[in-house]
Design a binder for this molecule. Structure first.
Ligand SMILES: Cc1ncc(COP(=O)(O)O)c(C=O)c1O
Length: 403
């Protein structure tokens, strides 16, 4: 019998090689106890969490937890079915109402994850003889949506309005086109120039979908995302998002004003052919979304924290992926894989958890330590993180390796 997993032998060897160097597995972290949105016990040690995407710190919000507990008691642990058959409960409808209010849109559809929302929307909206035009640095779920659908795929250079223009110009003017953008790109933490990109897309009669996974909650006056902050709401046809970041639970969604939106419930396979989210999860999400509408102080504190971390790392000599803090993701550029792992490992031993990222999640040749900031981080936690980054750099010889 041919070993079907043999194709992964190279990766298995590389991963094992990492661990023989005596470091902890960056992809095998276990949180033994979660104390708050910013602290957990990992390997018995108090650890500051700086890699959770829990931007607004909603995971332990008392109202969110109470809503989940009530729904768990009233509706049970799960729906055991698809939204189209036995899987739509009152809690799902309430969650969709909360989304419609939050986004001021006519329609909202909740998926089981953000991954499935992109998979479903991208594969369903653009069909045979139509085109998906996507940023080269798009999230895996967008690429997988392309792979699942029947449209022709065209990539443009990351955040390049000029390249988007060039690619759109080459397509048949009458063909259906879906331009897929992200508000925040989660690897480098940079934001998209949505004003330029949307204007070009609309000049070529394209439909625009923006994934606001990392922008929801704190960009724009109402926290709708980068598209709101950029003032292009009238040029965006579909917004996709997730509950796994600012909302603080799990799930995905799409909102839109398109008058035919509701038909998607019957034709979008990652919505139709899978079980719906448990009632407790959607009840948590609905309460969280409604609270996020009025979280101006939290938004402000998140930005203060972000500036503190970005400025502090820069002042200590770290190279960052963005010149200024563009989002709540601050990515530290590393010279190579080995140094990245050693830095990551030194930090976790000191009680700081960040995300280690490397290709294929990152663009080719880019190694990162990614920090995601929470509105609930205290200034003294950020100062501790900065001191530990400096200590880890000294212990690993980072600045010598990077020179
Ligand atoms: C840009 C983007 N879109 C979609 C997703 C998928 O979201 P979920 O975790 O809900 O599947 C992610 C998750 O990391 C993401 O970064």
């Amino acid at each position: 019998m041919t070993d079907l997993l043999a194709k992964f032998d190279g990766l298995i060897a590389e991963h094992a090689g990492l661990l023989t160097a005596g470091v902890r597995d960056p992809f095998g972290i276990v949180m033994e106890k979660v104390l708050s949105p910013t602290e957990a016990i990992i390997k018995g040690q108090h650890t500051i969490l700086l890699g959770t995407y829990n931007y607004m710190g909603m995971t332990f919000d008392p109202d969110v937890i109470a809503a989940g507990e009530t729904a768990l008691r009233d509706f049970g642990a799960g729906t055991t079915g698809s939204r189209v058959l036995n899987g739509t409960y009152q809690t799902h409808k309430e969650c969709e109402e909360a989304l419609k209010d939050f986004y001021a849109m006519d329609h909202a559809m909740v998926f089981s994850t953000g991954y499935q929302a992109n998979l479903g929307m991208v594969s369903t909206l653009a069909g045979k003889n139509e085109f998906v035009i996507l940023d080269a640095d798009s999230h895996a779920s967008i690429y997988d949506g392309c792979a699942m659908g029947n449209a022709d795929i065209v990539r443009f250079r990351h955040n390049s309005a000029e390249d988007l223009e060039k690619r759109l110009r080459r397509l048949p003017p009458e063909a259906g086109k879906l331009v897929v953008l992200e508000g925040v790109y989660s690897m480098l933490g940079d934001i998209a120039p949505l004003k330029d990109l949307c204007a070009i897309a609309k000049a070529h009669d394209a439909t625009v979908l923006v994934d606001e996974a990392h922008g929801m909650g704190f960009f724009g006056e109402h926290g709708r995302g980068v598209y709101e902050a950029a003032g292009v709401a009238d040029q965006v046809d579909f917004v996709v998002g997730t509950f796994s970041k600012s909302v603080g639970t799990v799930g995905g969604f799409c909102v839109s004003n398109h008058p035919k939106f509701e038909i998607l419930r019957l034709v979008c396979r990652p919505y139709t052919f899978t079980a719906s989210l448990p009632p407790a999860v959607v009840a948590c999400a609905a309460t969280s979304i409604r609270k996020l509408m009025h979280s101006h102080n939290k938004r402000q504190h998140l930005w203060e924290n972000t500036r503190l971390l970005h400025g502090g790392l820069k002042a200590r000599g770290f190279r960052l992926a963005t010149e200024t803090p563009e989002s709540a993701i601050v990515s530290v550029l590393m010279p190579d894989q080995e140094t990245t792992v050693r830095m990551w490992s030194a930090l976790i031993e000191m009680g700081v958890y960040v995300n280690m990222s490397r290709p294929p999640a990152t663009p080719a040749g880019v190694f990162l330590l990614r920090c995601s900031i929470c509105a609930e981080h205290r200034a003294d936690q950020i100062e501790t993180v900065l001191a530990r980054f400096a200590d880890a750099a000294a212990a690993t010889g980072l600045f010598r390796a990077a020179a």
